[in-house]
Design a protein around this ligand. Structure first.
Ligand code: CDP
Length: 230
């Protein structure tokens, strides 16, 4: 008998969480939720409304405007996962730029933003059968998740992966700028007061610096089967 479980995948930026989470979700027939996309979409909203820039964040105005920020994932069968829509517009491409990456951790520090997104995330996972990746999924969003994975890799490995990803998409970035972003986000995400990035006590840490995508998938699939008692 299939028992549906909740799978939380947390970790530092660009550790390949979403690749792994998508593979596991597809294999298990589970829903995949990219919680980072939601923080990125709120950041895009703040950028487009002049509420955030590299040296400024208008917290009060952002909090006041939160009721006007409507986020939804719309499943794209060609891609096999849900794309992020902000107020009815597909922002999947826009939210992945380095410009958004450079501002997102500041927006993600705002407790009111977190409360709104966490509520929506918990709602999406209410029937189990969900794989969600982020920073606080195993600690705050789903503290009772049956399986918690914490992904780790060296900053250089992560920056190289993200650099390759962005340049493949045609974005003009330097490796150094990506590395700086990865390190800055690690620092802000790990040191914020509300829901900092930490490994849950019952999470299994996986360093994938030297693992191929296939090796990583097999390893985690084994853990999923164990947790789901399949
Ligand atoms: O994919 P990448 O590792 O670049 O990051 P992401 O998952 O898209 O998340 C972008 C940012 O959103 C993170 O650096 C955090 O600041 C924030 N975030 C968060 O605070 N909590 C989450 N559950 C997910 C993301």
């Amino acid at each position: 008998m299939d028992k549906k479980i909740t799978i939380a995948i947390d970790g530092f930026s660009s550790t390949g969480k979403s690749t792994l989470a998508k593979q596991i979700a597809a294999h298990m027939g589970y829903v995949y939720v990219d919680s980072g996309a939601m923080y990125r979409a709120v950041t895009l909203y703040a950028m487009e409304n002049g509420l955030v820039s590299p040296d400024h964040l208008d917290r009060e105005a952002l909090i006041r405007n939160l009721p006007d920020v409507k986020l939804e994932f719309r499943f794209n069968p060609e891609l096999g996962f849900g794309e992020m829509f902000l107020n009815g517009i597909n922002v999947e491409k826009k939210i992945r730029t380095l410009e958004v990456s450079n501002l997102v951790s500041r927006v993600a520090e705002v407790s009111e933003v977190r409360a709104k997104l966490v509520e929506q995330q918990q709602h999406m996972g209410e029937n189990k059968g969900v794989v969600m990746d982020g920073r606080d999924i195993g600690t705050v969003v789903f503290p009772n998740a049956e399986l918690k994975v914490f992904m780790v890799a060296s900053a250089e490995t992560r920056a190289q992966r993200r650099f390759d990803e962005l340049t493949q998409k045609g974005e003009e970035v330097t490796y150094d700028a990506v590395l700086e972003n990865v390190q800055k986000r690690d620092h802000i995400d790990s040191n914020r007061d509300d829901s900092p990035l930490i490994q849950a006590i019952d999470a299994i840490a996986i360093d994938n610096s030297h693992l191929s995508k296939e090796e990583q998938f097999e390893l985690v699939l084994g853990l999923v089967k164990e947790a789901a008692q399949l």
